[in-house]
Design a binder for this molecule. Sequence first.
Ligand SMILES: C[S@@+](CC[C@H](N)C(=O)[O-])C[C@H]1O[C@@H](n2cnc3c(N)ncnc32)[C@H](O)[C@@H]1O
Length: 264
Amino acid sequence: MIEILLIGIGSGNPDHLTLEAIKALRTADIILIPLKGADKSDLADVRRQMVAEFATKPETRVVEFQMPRRNVEHPDYLAGVEEWHANIAAAWRQEIANHAGTSGRVALLVWGDPSLYDSTLRITARLSEQLPFTVRVVPGITSLQALTAAHRTPLNDIGGNVLITTGRQLRDNGWPEGIDTLAVMLDGETSFQSLDGKGVFIWWGAFLGRPEEIILSGPLEDTGPRIVAARSQARARHGWIMDIYILRRETPQRGQECPSEPGD
Ligand SMILES: C[S@@+](CC[C@H](N)C(=O)[O-])C[C@H]1O[C@@H](n2cnc3c(N)ncnc32)[C@H](O)[C@@H]1O
């Protein structure tokens, strides 16, 4: 039987690896590292660095493979994603067959945590069509946690709610009704510019956890333009960028905050 280990590795800093993740890495027979092209080679480098430091079992084999690319020209977005996921599952199946056969522990290092805007679990489910396997998930530090930690801010207002969304949703649908705090990911277009910034505060971060980390925060009306400029400079300097932000509307305080420990 194949055991698939989906290990959350945090958002770019090897120090984000949990002890559970390190222990899991040490049990792997095979570690699959996806290569996503020269512009994203930093992402493979982070994984290589973690493997070199922590995958200490001598028999562990590291297998790098070309990650299939999504056809961005596909006329039907969802059908294009389906096709892409099928291709990735086929690539994994091939590598597992070549390097493990029908038994062994195969680890995949998932950016942040596998539960958050990541399709690794969905792609893993496709493997079952031809390969009997079990799956185990090791949670990782998400980019959202890296952002709140960098800004030393809680994610939610007291007793308030939070919606995690994408830049596209924000641009297309605006600020959702009844929501106090938005966490926005996957936004290549600084979509906060589409909002009326009055009374909104922003906490923004790029390359969180990495040496090139940048954070900015303040009222959206004057901080928004500074973020747009900083983002475009950083993108030009590094050739790529990953950023995330939280937006909060000023609302009257309400409710009770949870105690920090269950039972307090
Ligand atoms: C495909 S999602 C993966 C999210 C990941 N599973 C997680 O737990 O954070 C990629 C998005 O995560 C955010 N992201 C991931 N790593 C980041 C980092 N180091 N700094 C800032 N944003 C990051 C960005 O919004 C990026 O567009």
